[in-house]
Design a binder for this molecule. Structure first.
Ligand SMILES: [Zn+2]
Length: 423
């Protein structure tokens, strides 16, 4: 492929991505606004008009913000690539470090730092303007910056050694480097599944064992019924940051644990919490989590193999606005190849994203069916209605927008199916 042809392909895919995303967003805004004046019939008894309109306004505000972020990241992408931003950054670091590992790590760190600084005002706006306007922000400015500092330090402590190993493999382990890198990467992901709940998450939140005896008895009997063993039931002080409620479950093997946000416990009755948990246990018992991990491993193997090919192609660099250093040995450009790949890949895979949404929605239906089988289906319905209302999730999404992006089925579809199954 010629460098020019690849540039054209890149711009065409970027344009398609932007056009499709803007089209879907504007459909979503129009659809939500046109249903703003009345609560949909099936929810009329359950959700007040004011809550419905708050959800509509929140959805529209978030979608508009998403459109702005999209435009900004497209501009940043073009700036880094075709307009020469990465080339300039590389020149500066190379003139200071010369060829070698210091240059490569320096380039990755500088790129990460610049990207982080560009995202910072957006994150700040999202938390302190958008979320705050709808009463969701519970975070102080100090906590926001403390979190950022912690994230940066943890990211560096974990990310730098990982990247260093990958760069070493790229440079020294021959044509199959991508396969070894995949082994390292997969092992790292499994390690994170254990480290995240036990070491990293506690740096940000307090986890206390669930102390409510009645609730614990209920949950333990549910776990026994479905045959699930867990290390523990924890309550997390999610209210420190946000009013959004959630329950999740993390770790695997011996480190499995169930975590409830305090915001969720405060809002749902014990039998509703049991139904929500039954849904989560459904994901586990039906092997959704293992399947997701297996798919992720397969996809990352394919992508790393692709990168193994691309990093040897001159057009891959020049087509994205970079003149590789020291052409005699392209491995001086491994860090650049990683960055270009991370930047360009989402543009070329965007149109495939509905595949992941479809599979995720299928899993949600299956987990709902599991919950209905092991608990009272009506409890899951009332719990979901409360959560939709509290989280200001729209009940009237645009069907196409939802089909493309949503990991969960639209509220009405999901609840109708639960009610039908419950009988
Ligand atoms: Zn689910």
């Amino acid at each position: 492929m010629s460098s020019f042809a690849f540039s054209v392909l890149f711009v065409v895919f970027l344009a398609i991505t932007l056009i499709v995303r803007f089209w879907l967003s504007s459909r979503q805004i129009r659809h939500v606004l046109s249903h703003r004046s009345a609560v949909p019939a099936e929810f009329a008894e359950k959700i007040p008009l004011a809550a419905h309109q708050r959800a509509a306004d929140y959805t529209v505000a978030k979608t508009k913000f998403g459109m702005f972020s999209m435009l900004l990241s497209a501009a940043v992408l073009i700036g880094f690539t075709l307009l020469g931003g990465l080339q300039l950054l590389s020149n500066i670091i190379f003139s200071w470090a010369g060829p070698g590992m210091v240059y490569q790590l320096g380039l990755l760190v500088a790129f990460g730092a610049i990207s982080g600084l560009i995202d910072l005002p957006l994150d700040y706006y999202k938390q302190f303007v958008l979320e705050a306007r709808f009463g969701f922000n519970k975070m102080s400015v100090k906590l926001f910056f403390m979190d950022m500092l912690k994230n940066t330090l943890i990211g560096a402590a974990i990310g730098l050694p990982l990247v260093w190993v990958v760069l070493l493999l790229m440079a020294k382990s021959g044509d199959l480097w991508w396969f070894y890198a995949w082994l390292v990467f997969s092992g790292f992901q499994l390690l994170m599944l254990v480290l995240y709940p036990t070491v990293i998450a506690p740096l940000f939140n307090k986890f206390t064992p669930l102390s409510d005896d009645t609730l614990r008895d209920r949950i333990e009997s549910l776990m026994k019924r479905v045959g699930f063993a867990s290390k523990g039931l924890f309550v997390m002080d999610g209210s420190k940051r946000s009013a959004h409620g959630n329950a999740y479950f993390s770790g695997f093997g011996a480190s499995k644990r169930i975590v409830f946000f305090d915001t969720l416990l405060a809002r749902l009755a014990p039998h509703e919490i049991e139904a929500v948990l039954a849904h989560e246990l459904g994901h586990f018992k039906l092997k959704h989590i293992v399947k997701r991990i297996a798919v992720m491993f397969a996809i990352s193997l394919a992508f790393l193999a692709l990168l193994g090919y691309l990093k040897q192609q001159l057009w891959f660099y020049t087509g994205l606005g970079v003149n590789p250093l020291l052409l005699a040995d392209l491995s001086n450009n491994d860090a650049m190849a990683l960055i270009l790949f991370m930047l360009a890949l989402p543009i070329f895979t965007f149109l495939l994203s509905p595949l992941s949404s479809i599979s995720s929605r299928k899993h949600e239906f299956e987990a709902d069916a599991f919950a209905v089988k092991h608990t009272n289906g009506n409890d899951l319905v009332t719990a979901l209605v409360k959560l939709y209302e509290d989280n200001a999730s729209t009940l009237t999404p645009d069907p196409l927008h939802s089909a493309f992006y949503d990991s969960h089925p639209p509220a009405a579809v999901r609840i109708n199916r639960l009610l039908a199954a419950h009988g």
